[in-house]
Design a protein around this ligand. Structure first.
Ligand code: GDD
Ligand code: MN
Length: 367
């Protein structure tokens, strides 16, 4: 009995995502159905939220400044009371930059989303772009994102990500999830955005009330609300960001991000009925994959273990095969992601991590 149930849950755990990826592969071959305009040059406000980014901020400002015509660019650095001199470095950079840069210092650190909303109130651009300080954009990333916003059906655009540093597993994970985000975006919209580059039509962002401050994944949630209101929110395959991956505290980093996505989906799934049809499938599938599916694996393993202890040879064989398959990297990457999601759900009961510990990124260790 344990054995049959365990097997059925395991089949469901692996079967549903495999089915979804088969569908996603078909989406990947679709046309975008978007009319880009490479000459569209609205005023852009780039918001850089910072907390102790002294190591990255100057290079990041340089990177942003080179990404768009300077007379159409406004940069707002919103600093959450850094203690490492981030704001001073940004101010010094602003003095000689020849770019419109505002540096706003908050008295207390209150979390990224609150800062973003404060900065949104100061930003004057038609397009508002979030740019995490510890990431970099490919030189044409912003222009390509803006070109897509020229289409009236598009409300928000985010990037695909290439990891800098971190363990090998991060790369496998990234490649796979980048493809999935793009597939969902081609279908219509994706519910997962990236703070490394998240570009919004200002009007669309204001219509959903800016960034939510009660959950962690502010960027993904705002994008999803925009998609629920009928404009597309897409991750584009020609908009590329590089993000630094922590080498110490990698697990804690992955768990915190998983916590934020779980918070986002738990909230977004309640609006599922409002989703435009093609987005409903995507949102339902992603909510299921983040909220439910990891628990099926855990339960299946527990049932099979119980069955194996009771002498069921087949259960032992299944568990043994499952363990052996961990040598196969994509499978291992998947299993690890499930463990992060389960750990994150449990952790969410204790803390939402709205204000999180800073992870040590590559390079910082040498200081
Ligand atoms: N002003 C302000 N206040 N900025 C902050 C705060 C804060 O309390 N906390 C973090 N930041 C800044 C960081 O300095 C960085 O520029 C950006 O917000 C993202 O923080 P990271 O610490 O680099 O987070 P991450 O890359 O792991 O987080 C990713 O996932 C989050 C959701 O889980 C990013 O994509 C985030 O944008 C996203 O919200
Ligand atoms: Mn980051």
């Amino acid at each position: 009995m344990f054995f049959e149930l365990g097997l059925a849950l395991a089949a469901l755990h692996f079967g549903v995502p495999l089915g979804y990826y088969a569908v996603a592969k078909r989406w990947l071959r679709k046309d975008w159905g978007i009319k880009e305009d490479g000459g569209y040059r609205p005023k852009v406000s780039v918001i850089i939220p910072t907390y102790n980014e002294a190591e990255h901020i100057a290079q990041r400002l340089e990177n942003v400044a080179q990404s768009y015509p300077r007379d159409k660019l406004e940069v707002v650095v919103i600093d959450g009371a850094s203690t490492d001199g981030t704001a001073e470095i940004a101010e010094k950079w602003a003095e000689k930059a020849g770019v419109d840069v505002k540096v706003v210092r908050e008295e207390r650190r209150e979390g990224k989303a609150k800062s973003l909303n404060r900065a949104l109130g100061l930003a004057t651009g038609e397009v508002v772009v979030i740019a995490d300080a510890d990431a970099l954009w490919a030189p044409d990333a912003l222009r390509r994102a803006v070109a897509k916003l020229a289409d009236p059906s598009v409300g928000a655009v985010s990037c695909v990500k290439r990891p800098i540093g971190g363990p090998g597993i991060e790369e496998g994970y990234r490649g796979f999830y980048n493809a999935l985000r793009v597939a969902e975006s081609k279908a219509w919209s994706t519910p997962i955005f990236h703070g490394e580059l998240a570009a919004f039509k200002r009007e669309a962002l204001e219509a959903v009330g800016g960034f939510p401050t009660d959950i962690g994944a502010d960027d993904s949630h705002a994008a999803t609300l925009i998609a629920l209101r009928g404009l597309r929110a897409i991750v584009a395959d020609d908009v590329l960001c590089m993000e630094t991956v922590p080498e110490e505290g990698y697990h804690a980093w992955r768990i915190r991000r998983a916590q934020h996505l779980i918070q986002h989906f738990a909230k977004a799934v309640r609006l599922l009925r409002k989703a435009p049809r093609p987005f409903r499938v995507v949102l339902a599938a992603e909510a299921y994959l983040h909220l439910v599916n990891p628990w099926l694996l855990l339960t299946a393993v527990a049932l099979l273990l119980a069955s194996a202890f009771m002498g069921n040879i087949l259960a032992t064989a299944f568990l043994g095969t499952g363990a052996l398959m961990l040598l196969y990297k994509p499978y291992r990457t998947w299993i690890v992601a499930q463990i992060y999601l389960v750990a994150a759900s449990v952790r969410n009961l204790r803390t939402k991590e709205i204000v999180w510990n800073k992870q040590i990124k590559r390079g910082r260790r040498r200081c």
